[in-house]
Design a protein around this ligand. Structure first.
Ligand SMILES: C[S@@+](CC[C@H](N)C(=O)[O-])C[C@H]1O[C@@H](n2cnc3c(N)ncnc32)[C@H](O)[C@@H]1O
Length: 207
């Protein structure tokens, strides 16, 4: 179980330092203030899983791309990718990582589905914030799911208009996992459950 005060303090400290990770052969620069996909484990894991869900040539959307690691992994596997994030710095960071790895990712800034309004995708994958509320979020947008996990609820409600296959990941190690899981609704089904670097990570299908 994550100890919340320690997690918050460490995440705030860590978020101020730019660094580079090797994620399965991708060079991933993480700028200050952008969500670290390796420290927090979920993004790095999802970068390995997402290409196993898609097929080359398909068109996929990654919501809340952060450093762009998942979008880059999809693009490397031959998927056409649109990646969105509400945070301007995250979008800059994702574009840098796509360029660094010589990959084609269409990065767009905006709130959830707003940058892709009216478009259709073969699949959607998301590692959205699952910290309840907004005040306690360690690095702003990257962690805050809003009151009553509003962001997760919006994802579940809006995704079917954009794709027949939508996936969202949660970590069972997170202190509010039961509430975050409940926010996905009873129809969400567990697609994958993996033990990854000391945490159970769950991928839910919400189509
Ligand atoms: C938990 S991080 C995941 C980053 C990356 N996908 C990964 O797995 O490493 C969540 C990301 O969602 C973004 N985000 C938060 N609220 C959002 C919203 N309403 N619309 C789009 N992106 C949002 C944050 O800025 C952050 O980059």
């Amino acid at each position: 179980m994550i100890r919340r005060p320690l997690t918050l303090a460490y995440a705030r400290w860590h978020a101020r330092r730019p660094h580079v990770h090797d994620v399965d052969g991708l060079a991933i620069l993480v700028n200050a203030g952008v969500f670290d996909p390796v420290l927090t484990k979920v993004g790095g894991w999802l970068a390995g899983v997402a290409p196993t869900l898609s097929r080359p040539g398909e068109r996929w959307l990654e919501l809340g791309t952060g450093s762009g690691v998942v979008a880059c992994a999809l693009a490397r596997a031959g998927t056409r990718v649109v990646a969105t994030d509400i945070d301007a710095e995250a979008c800059r960071n994702a574009r840098m990582n796509a360029a660094l790895n010589q990959l084609d990712v269409d990065v767009r800034e905006g709130d959830l589905f707003a940058p892709v309004a009216g478009e259709r995708f073969d699949g959607i994958v998301a590692n959205l914030p699952f910290w309840p509320g907004s005040d306690s979020a360690p690095i702003g947008h990257a962690f805050a799911a809003g009151d009553d996990f509003q962001l997760l609820r919006r994802f579940v409600a809006e995704a079917p208009a954009y794709t027949p296959r939508a996936y969202i990941v949660l970590s069972e190690a997170f202190v509010a996992f039961p509430e975050a899981r409940a926010a996905l609704g009873p129809a969400a089904r567990l697609e994958r459950r993996c033990w990854h670097r000391g945490e159970w990570l769950d991928l839910f299908a919400v189509d």
